[in-house]
Every structure is written in structure tokens, then in C-alpha cells.
Write a protein that binds this ligand. Structure first.
Ligand code: GLC
Length: 544
């Protein structure tokens, strides 16, 4: 069970308005009570914070905003004492433009690191080709000193490393070893399937460019990293791999251990995209969600390992996105249903801070409430330059899908700033902290928090949750997400109503519900019946 912490927004221990390492250490008891095994720490390295730490200027130093190396080592030690492991975020597709490697690389065309990044000449006085950046605009930035362009798949301040240069790869491997030697337990690897570029992406031919992900050498480089580093330590790895297919994932996350332990796939996160992607959000059909998640269950089974997530620091809050946050009853009910639906599948579950409380999207009224570079860049391109969206349309999309929804401070209690900070938080606290907070849930057996605790216990008790196969049920139904898993003579049936109305039309009689033992429900036992599912109901039954 992995719990993701976004350090800037978790707990401030100094009154600076910024979360920090001391704050995390002070909350380890809470995480231990929840029952998690591993913390994935979003980046805490030195960084100008253009992309909140995903722009690293020194891999060996801790960002002073978050504390010191001693604070880090104290967190690591305290976590280990509680039996909790820590994964660092490995961001090596790119560095910050303030990283000494890049400063040297850009200083001339013939310095020793001149080829550590991807530099190309202009094409007809403009960028080498038409590659676009994930954060809007061209993926090429002109640099006066070299009179050349450098490639940046993300922000201008995040130049891409040249992984085809073996010196770069070995510098990264040495850095990884130093972190393992400091005692960290693994890495979550940022956009790791972008490290190998397709030739068409990097040629100065004025062409259209090429896909960003799964380039020709991606597996080879990851296997090399595995041979040189990963295989020498008892650690865990998860690759962030946008655009990954199940076929590719069977290699990245192969059970033979030749690459990574598992990857994050994105297919279920893209189902509510419109023509302009997340900036024109639509509705996700439940049948599509079932098809995608079911496909990942069956196509990786026995060959590779899944990771399971609804939320992270790049996604809006799941209860607002696929559930119902319009009233307290529906929020609690649907948050639990979504948790059960995901956590009872096969794979390693990830909980993003606040998800275990049913935290919701933020009321981002205008750009001044936002902090995310992706939002500002997209506004400039889609609203100001191309006028494809009105300001209102854009803000509506931000409220539905903007990354800042996930980045508002953790809601600890009903005191000022939700107990996050005694200073002025770097991003506004969601005003619903007065009702949605950890203090009010931790001891309430009916809370979303208690439901997550229970899901964690169930996974550790019933091998069918870990090892069972996956059989989808009622596949064409637009409201019921149900599946059956089997392992060594035991069957687990999971039923979820993805709607706010009771459902009785799929015929549940063939499931012999009365012969199963009730493992989990988000209603009371006397409210549920064998012929229908109540609004946002979830139910798990064991047959043996
Ligand atoms: C990943 C991170 C995201 C970051 C991007 C560039 O997608 O999760 O937060 O902006 O990579 O590093």
C-alpha cells in the first residue's frame, strides 16, 4: 500500500506556509494508523520550483524550503522504525535549467557537457521542428549563447537530458546509487518512458515531430539501469509511463524483473478528455472505464504487475470527478465506493494525500487562485493566443481537471488553515476543511478514513485480493461496475453502483448473493438487499 505525499502541501512545521520534511515526520503516526507500507515522496531536491520540484537543480541536495539533509535522514529513519518505506521521485527525463549540468552545457558548443542535453540548429530561422511541449507552445527554446535550440518536453525551464549519451546515463546511475546508499527504498520514476527520443522528434528538418513516449531505446536504457543499479538493491520501482499500452507495460513491468516493478498507465485518466484534452473535459462513460480497467487487469495477469490509482498530484480529486461531491452523504458514499472499486482489483494501490478523507476539488475561481505552470501556460496559449476557449470555459476546465485541485493543503483539522500551517499557505486551503478533515474522521468508524483502513486490512488478509484473476460482470451496464476474482477455490465478488440512484435492472439473481459472506459495504447491513444496489453502493462478498 503506497501513500503519496506532495511535500509542499502536506504539513508545514515552521509557519512558512510551505509544507516541509519536519511536518511529514510529525505525521507518521497518522500514516501508520492508516496502515500503509510505503510513502512515495514527490521531489524534495533543490529546485527553483517552476514545476514544484519536478525541475531539479541539484540531485544531491534537499530543497531548503523543505529542510536539510538531516531532516530527510530523520524522516527516513523514523519511517523505517515504523516499518514504513520511502520512495523518492526520480526526475531524470529533464533537469532544471539551473542545474550545473545545463549551465555548463549551454555555455558553449564544445564544453565537456555540450552533448548532455538535446541541442539542434535552427531550421529556416525557426525551431528545428514542430514538436510541441506538454506545457503548451514549442518544445524547442532558442539559446543565445549557443545560437541553438534545446529540447524541453515540459516547461522551458526543464531541458531534456540526452539519454543517448552514455555519460548522462552513468551520471544518473551513480546518483541513484548514492540515494540507495543513504537508505531510500526505491523510486517512482517521472515520465520514464520519455527518455528515449524518436529520431523524428529531434531532427532539425522542419518536420512535424514524432510521439514523445516509448522511443526506440526506452526498454534498453531501463534494462541497463536495472542491471547497473536496481538489481543490486532490495528496492521497489514504479515508472510513470504516459501513453503506455498493455503490450509495452508487459515489458516495462515484466514479472521477470528485468525492468521495473510496475508502471502507472494513463488510459483511465484520459477517458473524460475532449478535443483539447483536459481543457475541454467531457463525461466518461462507465462502460469505457470498465473496459479500460478490465483490460489492464486481464492483459497483465501473470505477465506483469499493475499499479492502481485514481489520484495523484497531477489529477483532479476522484470523488469530484467520478463520484458526487455535491452533498455530504453522496460525497462519503461515493468516495468509499470508488476506493473499493479500485482497491479490490489486482495491483499495488496508491493513495494520494487526502484521498483517504474524500477531499474534493478546489473552488478555483480565477487564475489568481492557481499556482500551476501547466495552467498558466495553457491559458496563454488557448485563451490569449489562439482564442480557442473563453476565460470562463478555461476556468471551468481548470475546476474540473486542473492539477491545483490536488495540490491544496492537506486538511488535518478544523483550526486555522485546516491545521496545515500557522503562516499563509502557498496555495489556498479548500474552505471545506471545516467539515472534511482528518481529525473528524480518524476515530469515526463510518468515515472514509476508516473505510480505507478496512480496505488495507482486507488486502492483507485475503490472498484472493492480491492474486485472484479478474472476470468482468454486466459489461454493458452504464451504472454498475462489477467483477469477480478467483483464487484457490475462493471467489470475491465486487459490486459498485456508479450512480446516485438505486439500480435493480441488471439481474443479480444469478450471482447467488445470499450464499456469500459480506466483507465490505458502505451502507449498514440491514439496508442492503439481494435485488438492488443503493445509490453509490459498493459491496464485496466472499464465496468459499
Ligand atoms: C510528471 C509529473 C508532473 C510533472 C511532469 C514533468 O508528469 O508527475 O507533475 O509536471 O512529469 O516533470
Amino acid at each position: 500500500m503506497v501513500y503519496q505525499i506532495y511535500p509542499r502541501s502536506f504539513q508545514d512545521s515552521t509557519g512558512s506556509g510551505e509544507g516541509d520534511l519536519g511536518g511529514i515526520t510529525s505525521r507518521l503516526d497518522y500514516l501508520w494508523r492508516l496502515g500503509i507500507d510505503v510513502i512515495w515522496l514527490s521531489p524534495v531536491y533543490a529546485s527553483p520550483m517552476i514545476d514544484n520540484g519536478y525541475d531539479i537543480s541539484n540531485y544531491e541536495e534537499i530543497n531548503p524550503l523543505f529542510g536539510t539533509m538531516d531532516d530527510f535522514l530523520e524522516l527516513l529513519e523514523s519511517a523505517h522504525r515504523k516499518g514504513i518505506k520511502i520512495l523518492m521521485d526520480l526526475v531524470v527525463n529533464h533537469t532544471s535549467d539551473k542545474h550545473p549540468w545545463f549551465i555548463e552545457s549551454r555555455s558553449s558548443r564544445d564544453n565537456p557537457k555540450s552533448d548532455w542535453y538535446i541541442w539542434k540548429d535552427a531550421y529556416n530561422g525557426g525551431p528545428p521542428n514542430a514538436m510541441g511541449s506538454v506545457f503548451s507552445g514549442s518544445a524547442w527554446q532558442y539559446d543565445e549563447a549557443r545560437g541553438q535550440y534545446y529540447l524541453h518536453f515540459f516547461a522551458i525551464q526543464q531541458p531534456d537530458l540526452n539519454w543517448d549519451n552514455p555519460e548522462v546515463r552513468h551520471a544518473v546511475y551513480s546518483m541513484m546509487k548514492r540515494w540507495f546508499d543513504r537508505g531510500v527504498d526505491g523510486f517512482r520514476m517521472d515520465v520514464i518512458n520519455m527518455i528515449s527520443k524518436f529520431p523524428g522528434a529531434v531532427t532539425a528538418d522542419g518536420g512535424n515531430g514524432a510521439p514523445m513516449c516509448n522511443g526506440p531505446m526506452a526498454h534498453e536504457y531501463i534494462r541497463e539501469m536495472n542491471r547497473e543499479v536496481l538489481s543490486h538493491y532490495d528496492i521497489m520501482t514504479v515508472g510513470e509511463t504516459p501513453g503506455v499500452t498493455t503490450e509495452e507495460a508487459r515489458k516495462y513491468a515484466a514479472s521477470d524483473g528485468s525492468e521495473l516493478n510496475m508502471v502507472f498507465q494513463f488510459e483511465h485518466m484520459d477517458l473524460d478528455n475532449g478535443g483539447l484534452g483536459k481543457w475541454t473535459p467531457g463525461r466518461c462513460r462507465l462502460t469505457d472505464l470498465k473496459t479500460v480497467l478490465g483490460k489492464w487487469q486481464t492483459e497483465l495477469y501473470g505477465a506483469a504487475w499493475n499499479s492502481l490509482y485514481w489520484n495523484n498530484h497531477d489529477q483532479s480529486r476522484v470523488v469530484s470527478r467520478f463520484g458526487d461531491d455535491s452533498n455530504e452523504n453522496a460525497r462519503v458514499r461515493s468516495a468509499k465506493m470508488l476506493a473499493a472499486c479500485l482497491h479490490l482489483m489486482q495491483g499495488t494501490p496508491y493513495i494520494y494525500q487526502g484521498e483517504e478523507l474524500g477531499m474534493t476539488n478546489a473552488p478555483l475561481m480565477s487564475l489568481s487562485d492557481c499556482r500551476d505552470v501547466e495552467i498558466f501556460n495553457a491559458w496563454r496559449e488557448l485563451v490569449e493566443e489562439k482564442k480557442l476557449l473563453s476565460p470562463e470555459q478555461f476556468m471551468d476546465a481548470v475546476r474540473k481537471r486542473g492539477r491545483d485541485n490536488a495540490r491544496t493543503p492537506m486538511q488535518w483539522d478544523s483550526s486555522v488553515n485546516g491545521g496545515f500551517s500557522s503562516g499563509t499557505p502557498w496555495i489556498g486551503v479548500n474552505p471545506n476543511f471545516t467539515t472534511i478533515n482528518a481529525a473528524s474522521q480518524a476515530d469515526d468508524p463510518g468515515s472514509v478514513f476508516a473505510f480505507y483502513q478496512k480496505l488495507i486490512r482486507l488486502r492483507k488478509t485475503y490472498p484472493v485480493i492480491v492474486h485472484g484473476d479478474y472476470e468482468p460482470l454486466f459489461e454493458s451496464d452504464e451504472r454498475v461496475f462489477a467483477y469477480r476474482r478467483r483464487y484457490e477455490g475462493v471467489a470475491l465478488l465486487v459490486m459498485c453502483n456508479f450512480s446516485g440512484t438505486p439500480v435493480s435492472d441488471p439481474d443479480f439473481s444469478g450471482l447467488n448473493l445470499s450464499t456469500g459472506r459480506l466483507l465490505l459495504t458502505n451502507y449498514s447491513e440491514r439496508e442492503i438487499t439481494d435485488t438492488k444496489l443503493l445509490p453509490w453502493e459498493t459491496r464485496a462478498l466472499l464465496f468459499q
